[in-house]
Design a protein around this ligand. Sequence first.
Ligand code: ZN
Length: 422
Amino acid sequence: MKLFLMALSLAPSYTDAAYAYTMRHEEAECGSQSSNLGAFSTPALCAAEAGSSGCTSFMFSSEYNVWGCRCCADPDGGNQHALWDVYNVVDCSATEAVCVLPGDQLIAAVLVAQDFCKDPDPLSNAKKYESAALELNDVVAAVDAYLESDDDGYFASALANATTLAAAVLATQSGGGYCSAAATACNKGAVLQQQVRSLLALSDGNATRAFADSEARALLFDRHGVMVGDALWLDAESVAATHAFFDLLPPHLMSDGILAEAPFATMTIRDAFRCSGEAESISLTATARAFNIFQSQVGSWTENAFGGTRFPLYGDGAMTVIKHETAHQFDRVVRYGADAVLEGMFGAYIAAASDDEDWLRSSVGNIYFQRAPQEIIASQVGNQFLLSSSNQLALALDRLATSTSALPLAWFLFHLEIFSRR
Ligand SMILES: [Zn+2]
């Protein structure tokens, strides 16, 4: 049996052949790397693999876990890097090792979330709530892996117990909840409760308990699989406008783009978790799909999405950001071998473009798009097409009629293909 364990100061310890981890260097790379063991969702899963591969240290990026679990040949003396951390592998069979089972870690962290609710001065215990949030994310983001290796059913029963305990943290007082402390970025209740929401949404498959305190967010999750990770910052109008936007997207762009290989996607507002200007370092997501948006309400600012053209059109700024970040997810239905026809069109139009007017989003322009192809769909579909396809068509036809460029119309038809295929 392969156990995944974590090194914590908590008892009990286990003597099975398994591995945990401790932090060695925050925000740094290995002095030198050896093998890349592949992508894992948490440092704990990376440690299990690294340990059984004979590595004694590794580097891992919690924010970009797709970069892989990298064994260090030398863990020390590496470059500083905000997105990597270097960890020691802990061999749990060693006599001095103290490891704890993920199921126990899960319950311990949820009990801390309950403590938060009853804390008259949570700000003074922010450190405790922050580490519980980290420990919770460590388990919640790896639930599938733990369930897969759960031969004796211990993890599954801990998970069931943990979700019952967690539900009371978010339930309204009229719904049987008892949370009296207000969760904020600085008292770390916000980041802790975000992990509790992910835990409940993953185990329930719906957001009735995960968003017991926000009917509108629960509805958005249940209808579209989109969890809002905003510390309840967005106002009702913004949540409603977001929901209305997802109502209009075709199913294949949801399933193969926004929700690909994930039970749900998280739309985060990382800035809503900032305390005194300091960013939250703990992940706000628990699945493979997430995107981050600005901290702005719908109706608070506008932007000309057709700058540098004869067809100016202002769109709501907050919705433009949501559409842009959502459209980034459409790359997944076009590129990386997803669809040979669409990818062929995409590559051919990039290769044919040589001028800003070959692009519908001319204010961004040729040099930028040639260097950053990942911004093309986000920008031309997200900022423009999803604001007004008719304005974009008028612009494309004008460029054709004036013999400026035929490429804008080709791009426009490509956008129609993205929306209509399958
Ligand atoms: Zn972008």
